[in-house]
Design a protein around this ligand. Structure first.
Ligand code: CP
Ligand code: NVA
Length: 306
């Protein structure tokens, strides 16, 4: 069995719940072990994951590399610019060639259509490691972090502040699948696509007022104002400033609200140091959970979960 993980809807609600469950169990089972020690059952022994990066990465690169190692497999990490892909070899040809060598492919690219093309031509599972349109692996880690904090997903209120970007698109998709609500406060001109909001089946809405979004929220989330590949525009930074997550905005959320950020962060821009480094912030658990969530995603891709 092989499945592609391009968006959360490829898995669906039941499989997402099963993956989160598995991630938590597996994480707890190896608590305190050396990071390089393989899980007792080595469920992906003999499998090789190839990773292709068209953009920078710290978390996705290292967490996927360690995920496949802990599952008993191995990885090959490639920069697209050093591959023939970077000189114009097609995604389709790359997909067919790599399918002869490796057991799964993860790709981070600027253009979501390239991930879709990779999946169309690969005969092994393809995983979206971030595109311009979505970041489903990140949101699996976020959901895991929320559950670990003691909150359950159905009925949760999530507030998003700032840019209507790829990370928000996956949060919104998760809201529709897992039955929680998202209120995104984004400035004019930087709102998410209507199509992304529609995918939430009525569980997401966009507002202009940051306080309206955060009012009574269980979870407050933001991300960089300038995503990879976007120009650093002073006009955009100025438009975003009222959406900075600071202590007074956090005070509008529930008293036990938690703060999430996929990282890398820009302290003093999208979030103040007192919030991101404060007691409500779960960013380090969230970053670590990329590893645990992706082990479950890899196992799902091979038909071992769900
Ligand atoms: N959050 C995230 O995807 O981080 P990297 O860009 O470091 O992979
Ligand atoms: N929105 C950010 C996420 C980085 C993990 C970007 O696309 O650069």
């Amino acid at each position: 069995m092989m499945r592609h993980f391009l968006n959360l809807s490829d898995a669906g609600a039941d499989a997402i719940a099963a993956m989160l469950d598995d991630a938590l169990t597996r994480k707890q089972a190896r608590a305190g072990w050396p990071k390089g020690q393989v899980d007792a059952d080595a469920p992906l022994a003999g499998r090789v994951l190839a990773m292709i990066f068209e953009k920078n990465s710290t978390r996705t690169r290292v967490s996927f590399d360690m995920a496949i190692r802990q599952l008993g497999g191995q990885s090959i990490v490639m920069e697209a610019g050093q591959m023939q892909l970077g000189r114009g070899e097609t995604v389709a040809d790359t997909a067919r060639v790599l399918s002869g060598y490796v057991d799964a492919i993860m790709i981070r690219t600027d253009d979501h259509a390239k991930v879709e093309e990779m999946a169309r031509y690969a005969s092994v599972p393809v995983i979206n490691g971030l595109t311009d349109a979505s970041h489903p692996c990140q949101i699996m880690a976020d959901l895991l972090t929320i559950i670990e904090s003691g909150k359950s997903l159905p009925g949760l209120k999530v507030a998003w502040l700032g840019d209507g970007n790829n990370v928000l698109a996956s949060i919104v998709e998760a809201a529709g699948l897992m039955h929680f609500d998202v209120v995104a406060a984004c400035p004019q001109g930087f709102q998410p696509d209507d199509e992304a909001i529609t995918r939430a089946s009525g569980r997401a809405r966009v507002v202009a007022d940051p306080r309206e979004a955060v009012e009574g929220a269980d979870i407050v989330v933001t991300d960089t104002w300038i995503s990879m590949g976007q120009a650093q525009a002073e006009t955009k930074l100025a438009a975003m400033m009222p959406y900075q997550v600071d202590a007074s905005l956090m005070a509008q959320a529930k008293p036990d609200a938690k703060f999430l950020h996929c990282l890398p962060a820009h302290r003093g821009e999208e979030v103040t140091p007192e919030v991101i480094d404060g007691t409500q912030s779960l960013i380090w658990a969230e970053a670590e959970n990329r590893l645990h969530a992706q082990k479950a995603i890899l196992r799902w891709c091979f038909g071992q979960i769900g």
